[in-house]
Design a protein around this ligand. Sequence first.
Ligand SMILES: [Zn+2]
Length: 182
Amino acid sequence: MADFRAPQCAPIIRNMALLKILHYPDKRLNKVAKPVAVVDDRIRKLVADMAETMYSAPGVGLAATQVDVHERVIVIDVSDAHDELQVFINPEIVWESDALKEWEEGCLSVPGIYDFVERQEKVRVKALNEKGESFEIECEGLLAVCIQHEMDHLEGHVFVEYLSQLKQTRIRGKMKKLEKAL
Ligand SMILES: [Zn+2]
């Protein structure tokens, strides 16, 4: 997810690389990610690079799909100070509230576009951390929005797909202009 509040400084992370973020409507964003078989140094390097890419964008969440790696890895940091990285490998929603909540979302793959999407207000997520340890976390507020948004990416979905066809056509037009300008 894109961030509305640009951080003044990103954490200092060494030996990491910025990854190229795919932009909607790139078809590679529609690939379904495979589960991570082993959480090894390759995955930890991916996590570190994704975190650096997210902080530098700046954004509050990034799914591996967005950097053209089709494995189930997500990084999120919804803290005000941008110093609480959360890593979700092979995330699964094990419970969700009946209540829905509408939130204005953005996405690093759809720069400059923000719109309202309705999602479950609370979700409980089971995942592995970067050490390969299993954990569960109950998410609400921005974290709940963010994890559902990023898990959609792993399924090959971008948030604009929830918007009307008319809006999606307009957004594709804006993205074309943006790609030309880059
Ligand atoms: Zn996104």
